[in-house]
Design a protein around this ligand. Structure first.
Ligand SMILES: Nc1ncnc2c1ncn2[C@@H]1O[C@H](COP(=O)(O)OP(=O)(O)OP(=O)(O)O)[C@@H](O)[C@H]1O
Length: 468
C-alpha cells in the first residue's frame, strides 16, 4: 500500500508550489468595459491577452461558451498561468475551476482517459435546489431538565415565537444535544431543519439587544421573523459532477475526496448519475453550471488524449476548456507528425487562440516589485534595477527566484534591505539556463551520455532551452 499513498502527496506539493508562484494574482485587473488596467489585482501589462480573457469570462458568465476551448499561447514566463489564475479568481467561489498540468495524467494510477474524464467533471458544477421544512423563530425560553440519576434521559422544552405566534416544543435527546452544543439561549433567532434536526443560529433578536451590552462586536442582530413558525425554505448546494461521482462510487466513498485518491470510477456509476441529474434538471431541481478546466503544458498530452478532448467538447455537459502552451511547431506526442504547439490541427481549429507577448522592462520591474512585496522583501532601487536587467536578459521566473535567494543573503549579513551586492551574489550562486547551457557546451566531455548535436559543439549559441 505504501506506494499508493505516495502519489497524492507528491501532487499536493506541486500544487502548493504553483499556488505560491501566483499568490499575488487576485483577478484579471479589468474595468467594467473589460479594458485592462495597467496594474491591478496583482496583474501587470499583457493587456491584450487579459482583455481577451475578460471577454471569455463574460461569455462564461452569460453561459454562452460551454464546450468551447481557449488556448493561451506564448513564450515561457509570459503570464499564461497567471492569466488562468486571474480568470479563476474573477469567476468567484460559485463557478468550478479545475486546474491540472498535462503531465499529471501520466503519473496517476488510472488510465489517461479516466484522468481526463475526472478533470472534465471537476470543471462542471451542479447547483441543486432543495426545499426543506424549517422551524424559524426567536427563542423565548429554553428549559432543560437534568435528572439527578445519571442514566435517565434529559427532557426539555423550547418556546419559540415569531411576531405573530408562539409555540412550545418538546425536545428529544438529540435536539437537546444540538441546542446545548450551539449554546442556544433566549433571544437567539434560530432555524431548525425538520428533516435533519440541524440547528443553526441566525443571530440575536434586535428586540433583546439592550439586555446584552457586554456582547462582542461579532454578534449579528436580526429581526424576529414574522408569519408562521414552520415554513418551507429553499437551500442551494453547489457540487461538482466529480464530487457526486466519488460520493456515489461505492468502492471509494466520500473520504476519497479528501485523500484525492479516487481511483477509477465505473462508467455505470457515471451513467446513473447523469441520468438522475437529467431528471432533476427537468424537474427544475438542478442546474448545470459549466466551469473551467485549465490544462497547463497541453503539448504534453498525446494523440489519444487529444482525440478524447475533441469528443468530450461535443458533449452537452462540458466545461470551458482553457489550455496553455509555450511550444512552437513540434511533434504531436504519440505520432511522428508535427503541428503548431504540438496540438493536432482538428483540435486547434476549435480553439480561440490568445497569445501572450514578451514583457517590456517597465512591466518586468513592476511584476518584480509586486512579487517582492508579496514575499515581504525590502530592496534598494539599484538592486531592483539590476534584478530587472537580469529578468530581461535571462527570464522573469529566474529573476523572481533570485528575490528569495538574495533576501536570504542580505539576512545573513543582518541587513534589513537587499542591496545590489546581494543580488549579484545570488546571480553568481545560482546560474540561469543560458549560463547552464554554455557551461555544458564548454565542459561537455565531462558529462555522461553527451549528445549535443554537431552544430552546437563550437559554442553555437542556441540550444533549445531546457525549461519545463
Ligand atoms: N502579467 C503579469 N502580472 C503579474 N505577474 C505575472 C504576470 N505575468 C507573469 N507573472 C508572474 O511571473 C511568473 C511566471 O509567469 P507564468 O508562470 O504565468 O508564465 P507562463 O507563461 O505560464 O510560463 P510557462 O510557459 O513557462 O508555463 C509567475 O510567478 C507569474 O505569477
Amino acid at each position: 500500500m505504501a506506494d499508493v499513498r505516495v502519489a497524492p502527496e507528491v501532487q499536493d506539493l506541486t500544487r502548493i508550489e504553483r499556488i505560491g508562484a501566483h499568490s499575488h494574482i487576485r483577478g484579471l485587473g479589468l474595468d467594467d468595459t473589460l479594458e485592462a488596467r495597467e496594474v491591478s489585482q496583482g496583474m501587470v501589462g499583457q493587456t491584450e491577452a487579459r482583455r481577451a480573457a475578460g471577454v471569455i469570462l463574460r461569455m462564461i458568465k452569460e453561459g454562452k461558451i460551454a464546450g468551447r476551448a481557449v488556448m493561451l499561447a506564448g513564450q515561457p514566463g509570459t503570464g499564461k498561468t497567471a492569466i488562468a489564475m486571474g480568470m479563476a479568481k474573477s469567476l468567484g467561489e460559485e463557478t468550478p475551476f479545475a486546474m491540472m498540468a498535462a503531465s499529471e495524467i501520466f503519473s496517476l494510477e488510472m488510465s489517461k482517459t479516466e484522468a481526463l474524464t475526472q478533470a472534465f467533471r471537476k470543471g462542471i458544477g451542479v447547483r441543486i435546489r432543495e426545499e426543506t421544512e424549517v422551524i424559524e423563530g426567536e427563542v423565548v425560553e429554553v428549559e432543560i431538565d437534568r435528572p439527578a440519576a445519571g442514566n435517565v434521559a434529559k427532557t426539555g422544552k423550547l418556546t419559540m415565537k415569531t411576531t405573530e405566534m408562539e409555540t412550545i416544543y418538546d425536545l428529544g435527546v438529540k435536539m437537546i444535544e444540538c441546542i446545548i452544543k450551539e449554546k442556544v439561549q433566549a433571544g437567539d433567532v434560530i432555524a431548525i431543519d425538520k428533516v435533519s434536526g440541524k440547528v443553526s443560529r441566525l443571530g440575536r433578536s434586535y428586540a433583546r439587544s439592550k439586555d446584552y451590552d457586554a456582547m462582542g462586536g461579532t454578534t449579528k442582530f436580526v429581526q424576529c421573523p414574522d408569519g408562521e413558525l414552520q415554513r418551507r425554505k429553499e437551500v442551494v448546494h453547489m457540487v461538482t459532477l466529480h464530487e457526486i461521482d466519488v460520493i456515489n462510487s461505492r468502492s471509494q466513498g466520500f473520504l476519497a475526496l479528501f485523500a484525492g485518491d479516487t481511483g477509477e470510477i465505473r462508467t455505470e456509476v457515471r451513467e446513473q448519475i447523469d441520468g438522475r441529474i437529467a431528471e432533476w434538471r427537468e424537474e427544475g431541481k438542478a442546474e448545470i453550471v459549466p466551469g473551467v478546466l485549465f490544462i497547463d503544458e497541453v503539448h504534453m498530452l498525446d494523440i489519444e488524449c487529444f482525440s478524447f478532448l475533441n469528443r468530450a467538447l461535443e458533449q452537452d455537459m462540458a466545461p470551458i476548456l482553457v489550455v496553455a502552451t509555450n511550444r512552437g511547431i513540434t511533434q504531436i506526442r504519440g505520432t511522428q507528425y508535427s503541428a503548431p504547439h504540438g496540438v493536432p490541427i482538428d483540435l486547434l481549429d476549435r480553439l480561440l487562440i490568445v497569445s501572450t507577448q514578451p514583457y517590456s522592462p517597465k512591466d518586468l520591474r513592476t511584476i518584480l516589485d509586486i512579487r517582492r512585496e508579496e514575499e515581504d522583501v525590502e530592496m534598494s532601487d539599484d538592486a531592483t534595477e539590476l534584478l530587472t536587467r537580469i529578468a530581461a536578459e535571462t527570464s522573469l521566473r529566474y529573476a523572481i527566484h533570485l528575490i528569495t535567494a538574495s533576501s536570504l543573503i542580505a539576512a545573513k549579513r543582518k541587513a534589513a534591505e537587499v542591496d545590489i551586492e546581494d543580488v549579484s551574489r545570488a546571480y553568481t550562486l545560482f546560474i540561469d539556463i543560458k549560463r547552464s547551457v554554455q557551461y555544458m557546451l564548454d565542459y561537455q566531455d565531462q558529462y555522461m551520455y553527451n549528445e549535443i548535436p554537431q552544430g552546437l559543439q563550437n559554442g553555437g549559441s542556441h540550444a533549445e532551452p531546457m525549461t519545463d
